[in-house]
Design a protein around this ligand. Structure first.
Ligand SMILES: CC(C)(COP(=O)(O)OP(=O)(O)OC[C@H]1O[C@@H](n2cnc3c(N)ncnc32)[C@H](O)[C@@H]1OP(=O)(O)O)[C@@H](O)C(=O)NCCC(=O)NCCS
Length: 167
């Protein structure tokens, strides 16, 4: 059985192992640890299969320059499911559970850089993100989702990611 819950310090080693297994490299595990050290984490959840951490999602602070009508943004990165547990709905469940929690903390919109075929299933839109200035090359992989409807419509601000991203 899969259960979802907030990440805790006792999950550190298991999460690192999962991220290395999912991405095949330590970069994302290092990023997550740097985001925690920087105090930039807004929300972090894990999916557990029995005693094993099978999935993980993290949202970090993202600011707008210039600020836009006191809108609060979050960056979704990374999302990972252990290869052994992929394609069972765990990634989707982590997204579905976390979005209302984020809205509850006052986040108005979420930005993600990822596969459009995957994230558009959850309502992320490349068109919505198109007016924002990202440090990444433009394209369909750069997407936004509004939790407060209309919150980033027409916003032409620059996105400032947490320092851990090294942008
Ligand atoms: C991407 C990832 C988180 C999806 O998690 P998951 O639990 O396997 O996904 P779900 O079970 O919720 O959804 C599975 C569906 O998404 C599709 N999917 C999975 N990864 C995808 C990707 N990168 N691009 C497009 N579609 C993808 C699957 O084909 C499957 O489609 P189907 O339902 O039509 O068969 C997981 O595959 C993973 O950790 N990958 C390696 C790390 C990674 O690339 N993370 C994303 C960084 S932005």
């Amino acid at each position: 059985m899969i259960s979802l819950r907030e990440w805790g310090p006792g999950d550190q080693h298991a999460t690192r192992r999962l991220l290395i297994r999912a991405f095949g490299q330590p970069d994302e595990a290092d990023l997550v640890e740097s985001l925690r050290a920087e105090g930039a984490v807004i929300l972090e959840l894990v999916a557990e299969a029995g005693q094993q951490v099978a999935g993980h999602i993290l949202y970090s602070v993202l600011s707008l320059e210039p600020v836009w009508e006191s809108v609060q943004l979050a960056a979704l990165a990374p999302l990972a499911v252990d290869p052994e547990f992929q394609r069972r709905g765990i990634g989707g469940a982590l997204i579905h559970m976390s979005l209302p929690m984020l809205a509850h903390t006052g986040v108005d919109a979420v930005i993600v850089l990822g596969d459009a075929a995957y994230y558009t299933r959850f309502g992320f839109s490349p068109e919505l993100a198109a007016t924002l200035h990202s440090p990444f090359p433009p394209g369909d992989h750069f997407m936004a989702l509004e939790l407060s409807p209309g919150s980033i419509e027409g916003c032409g601000s620059k996105l400032r990611y947490a320092r851990a991203f090294g942008l």
